[in-house]
Design a protein. Structure first.
Length: 423
């Protein structure tokens, strides 16, 4: 149906003289077009963006008296609009009321009496907002977008605009309109990377990258780089969560590192420099999760890093699985028979792996091989924790906080065991 313009109207600096705000010619964010002189940035936005088909204005009761009841806003805009009152924000209840009313207008649902269908885009202008109103409005917008994405629905594209009268060229009476959308986009990306790095969930990173790719059809290199990054981030996250150890080391970690280094992605990222920190953190993590062979000295060191990553991202069941398998791999390396259980080898069958497990079952009191004995003892101690997690607490369950602490100690003990036996 087009775009919806949502904007907050203030009283204006001129207390009594119409049109209150100083008329100026507003220039588009790209600077290639400008409006006729107008006191209201909303009028300029209508001139500069022909896709706007509906308008929602907010303001206090004083704003209603100054701009609405006398028809001044209607004459200046030349269009019908919906006006909604806002409290002045003096109390906590008032501030929440502002938040909820603006949030309602920023949702994509059709507004009764104004629209028959959802808008294709929402333009949120904060130019004339009074004091705390723009801040509450931006907070409401961030909440709405997070809420919509949490429901799994496509998030309606949004633009945030600000008519920077303080940057007006007095000689030409031209005022730039600044596009502030990337501030919100950076916040959303940072939140998505938080979920990725803290909890191993790539769904939001994938969604944002694919959405951004669709918006970059004019730049095929960046579009392809963003799509590749989205797919590889999800694949890596799935491999990590499902303990696909060989796939992480030999494929998905390096593939994601390659996607991060792509020139097309780097060119897009220059617009959001605040993402350099999470990207660097991710790349450092990926660098530790690689090894030519899974069952080897290097592979076991990489397994320690992977197990710690799984635990720190709260993937506790996968952590237990990886420790269990890592102990078998450690035994094979200690015995000098790593190739027999290396996943890339055709002859590394389940039966051969079972043979090493049987050897560990019998090694608890084997004084002839002290290293194997240490692995067996730890494995026996860890078995209860592993079974408690993998069998859902059916067998002598521990309370979750206690089990989490036991698993944390097991992660530390596995790391120490690998270092001691491979030193």
């Amino acid at each position: 149906m087009g775009s919806r313009l949502v904007s907050i109207l203030g009283l204006g600096p001129q207390s009594s003289t119409e049109p209150h705000y100083t008329p100026t010619c507003y220039a588009s964010p790209s600077g290639d077009r400008q409006s006729e002189a107008t006191p209201l940035v909303q009028r300029a936005l209508l001139d500069l963006d022909p896709t706007i088909t509906s308008i929602v204005l907010f303001g206090t009761s004083a704003v209603r008296a100054r701009w609405i009841e006398n028809g001044l806003a209607r004459r200046l805009l030349g269009r019908e609009f919906q006006f909604a009152d806002l409290p002045d924000g003096a109390t906590t209840e008032d501030r929440w009321e502002i938040f909820h009313r603006v949030a309602r207008a920023l949702r994509a649902d059709p507004i009764e009496g104004l629209e028959d269908q959802e808008p294709d885009q929402i333009v949120f202008d904060i130019t004339h907002g009074f004091r705390l109103q723009p801040m509450l409005g931006l907070a409401a917008l961030a909440f709405v977008r997070s809420d919509e994405s949490r429901d799994g629905d496509p998030v309606t594209p949004v633009r945030i605009t600000y008519g920077a009268f303080e940057a007006r060229n007095s000689a030409t009476n031209t005022t730039p309109i600044w596009d502030l959308t990337e501030i919100l986009i950076a916040h959303e990306w940072n939140s998505a990377f938080d979920a990725f790095l803290k909890y191993g969930r790539a769904d939001e990173v994938h969604r944002l990258a694919m959405d951004t790719a669709r918006q970059h059809r004019h730049d095929p290199a960046s579009q392809k780089a963003l799509e590749t990054f989205a797919k590889r981030a999800r694949r890596f996250a799935d491999d990590l969560a499902l303990a696909r150890i060989s796939a992480v080391f030999k494929d998905s970690a390096d593939a994601l590192r390659e996607a991060i280094r792509d020139a097309g992605l780097a060119r897009w990222m220059t617009r959001l420099p605040v993402l350099e920190s999470p990207i660097t953190t991710l790349e450092q993590r990926l660098r530790r999760l690689r090894s030519a062979d899974v069952v080897s000295r290097d592979g076991l060191r990489a397994q320690v890093a992977l197990i710690r990553t799984q635990f720190e991202t709260h993937q506790f069941a996968s952590t237990a699985v990886s420790i269990r398998e890592g102990l078998v791999d450690l035994a094979a390396v200690v015995l000098g028979r790593a190739a027999e259980v290396e996943p890339s080898q055709r002859f590394a069958t389940f039966e051969r792996r079972k043979g090493f497990e049987d050897r560990l079952d019998q090694a608890g009191d084997d004084r002839r091989n002290p290293k194997l004995e240490l692995i067996a003892r730890f494995r026996n101690q860890f078995r209860r924790v592993r079974n408690d997690i993998l069998h859902g607490g059916r067998d002598r369950p521990s309370a979750a906080p206690n089990l989490r602490e036991e698993l944390r100690r097991a992660v530390d003990q596995f790391e120490t065991l690998v270092k001691d036996l491979l030193s």
